[in-house]
Design a binder for this molecule. Structure first.
Ligand SMILES: Cc1cc2nc3c(=O)[nH]c(=O)nc-3n(C[C@H](O)[C@H](O)[C@H](O)COP(=O)(O)OP(=O)(O)OC[C@H]3O[C@@H](n4cnc5c(N)ncnc54)[C@H](O)[C@@H]3O)c2cc1C
Length: 423
């Protein structure tokens, strides 16, 4: 009888796993909890889908990186590009090695995946949220919320994590994995904005500045990023803050008393002394002007006013003339070290990724098969593996999905190469 492989989860990892599993002789089905497959994929990269990166390597990943290093080495960015080009998607490379579909439409990525699934006769069953996954003898019973059951010889669990649950990934996959004997590492939101005290955040809400940011934990430097920071209602956002978020949340998870601070250099190209002279010069040039506007021409207006308020408690009634060189130095220091105590991050709803997941030690890294439940394979964000911004998370979903799909179908690596070219 024909073997049946069921993929649970119709996201990036599940779709790719199904395409490659279907290159073998098995009948392949996807069970997706939502009304449509690939919903998160359409939201990626602001609708442009940063699908991989030219510079795939371990330094951009966190979690069980050592365990899965071989997969990253076997699947560099160009291999994923070749596979997508084989499926009919032309790609383009932008800054920092980020790769997008040539037409910069995430929908194009989903379209070619759909075509490939169709061509390989993969059955897609939507609105089938899996509530129970049981192993009975050599086969699996997969049951939905309304008691409907599907049977499979092999299962690929690709349900994603807990980030952005409105797009389908509600964390239910972790429960399914746990029931079959798998352990989880701590789960925290990653690639998400970070929180500070409301009274520090509110006055700057809506402003943006180009910064060099430093992450401090208990007085030790733990990260450096450069880029645009966006000030929000609750704190700080933007790619450079996203990159800090998993480290902050993991540190606070391990030790809630950890003292976390982010310091922003608002004029990274300039020395403190030069800035002090510039400010003092401005005060001399326009002594009658409002002290609150002293940093006009240097910084974002509202950010500048906030810095002045840090040095002069109530600058509003005063003219710029009251600014001495000592004040100018203090202001310059504040500009180079605009610091915020960090309380955590925005919640799962706004996170792009889950840090933590099914422990890598329970997965064979050559096949993605579970070590404690033979016939069960894992792919994507459900695993304890997360990447930085830049296409690294989707890359992991594709690479682990391809490997899980091929392994479940008993296909050798060489066949994948040919399949990728000819498909
Ligand atoms: C707004 C946003 C933008 C992003 N942009 C990028 C980007 O540009 N580049 C990048 O590399 N990464 C990006 N990411 C991260 C990336 O999208 C994810 O890491 C990736 O989609 C994970 O793939 P996955 O298949 O493992 O999980 P998901 O994409 O989350 O897919 C899991 C699927 O499983 C289904 N499912 C869950 N539970 C069940 C169940 N019990 N039964 C049945 N089905 C179930 C879900 O409905 C979902 O369709 C972004 C994420 C977000 C939220």
């Amino acid at each position: 009888m024909q073997e049946r492989i069921v993929v649970i989860g119709g996201g990036a990892a599940g779709l790719m796993a199904a395409i490659f599993a279907a290159q073998g002789d098995a009948q392949v089905s996807i069970l997706e909890g939502g009304a449509k497959i690939g919903r998160k994929l359409l939201a990626t990269g602001n609708g442009r889908c940063n699908l991989t990166n030219e510079n795939i390597c371990t330094r951009y990943y966190h979690g069980d990186v050592k365990r899965f290093q071989g997969i990253l080495e076997a699947f560099p960015g160009r291999r994923v590009v070749q596979i997508f080009e084989g499926l009919g998607l032309l790609c383009r490379s932008e800054g920092e090695g980020r790769i997008y579909p040539y037409n910069v439409q995430a929908s194009a990525v989903l379209d070619v995946l759909r075509l490939a699934l169709q061509k390989r006769n993969v059955e897609i069953i939507c609105e089938f949220p899996v509530m129970m996954l049981e192993k009975t003898g050599a086969s699996f019973q997969i049951t939905s919320h309304n008691g409907q059951a599907v049977y499979a010889d092999k299962v690929i669990l690709a349900t994603g994590g807990k980030a952005s649950p409105r797009l389908g990934s509600d964390g239910s996959g972790f429960t399914l994995a746990k029931r079959l004997g798998h352990s989880m590492t701590p789960l925290v939101p990653a690639l998400v904005g970070i929180k500070t005290h409301t009274h520090r955040a509110r006055p700057l809400k809506g402003m943006r500045s180009y910064v060099a940011a430093t992450l401090w934990m208990d007085g030790q430097k733990r990260g450096e990023e450069t880029g645009e920071v966006q000030f929000t209602e609750y704190g700080l956002s933007g790619i450079c803050m996203f990159q800090f978020s998993r480290h902050i949340n993991m540190a606070l998870h391990d030790n809630p008393d950890c003292c976390v601070e982010v310091s922003l250099d608002l004029m990274p190209e300039y020395q403190e002394e030069w800035i002090a002279k510039k400010i003092a010069g401005h005060a001399k040039q326009y002594p009658e002007s409002a002290l609150s506007g002293l940093l006009t021409g240097l910084l974002n207006k509202r950010v500048g006013e906030e810095i002045v308020r840090q040095v002069f408690a109530d600058p509003y009634p005063m003219p710029a003339a009251v600014c001495t060189f000592r004040h100018a130095r203090e202001l310059a220091r504040c500009i180079k070290h605009f610091s915020f105590p960090i309380l955590g991050s925005a919640p799962w709803d706004s996170a792009q990724v889950t840090a933590g997941g099914v422990a890598g030690k329970q997965i064979h890294p050559q096949t993605m098969e579970s070590t404690c439940c033979p016939g069960l394979y894992f792919a994507g964000e459900i695993l304890n593996m997360d990447g930085d911004c830049g296409g690294f998370n989707l890359h992991w979903a594709w690479a682990s999905g391809i490997l899980a799909g091929m392994s479940a179908a008993g296909i050798q690596n060489q066949k994948e190469k040919q399949g990728g070219k000819s498909s």
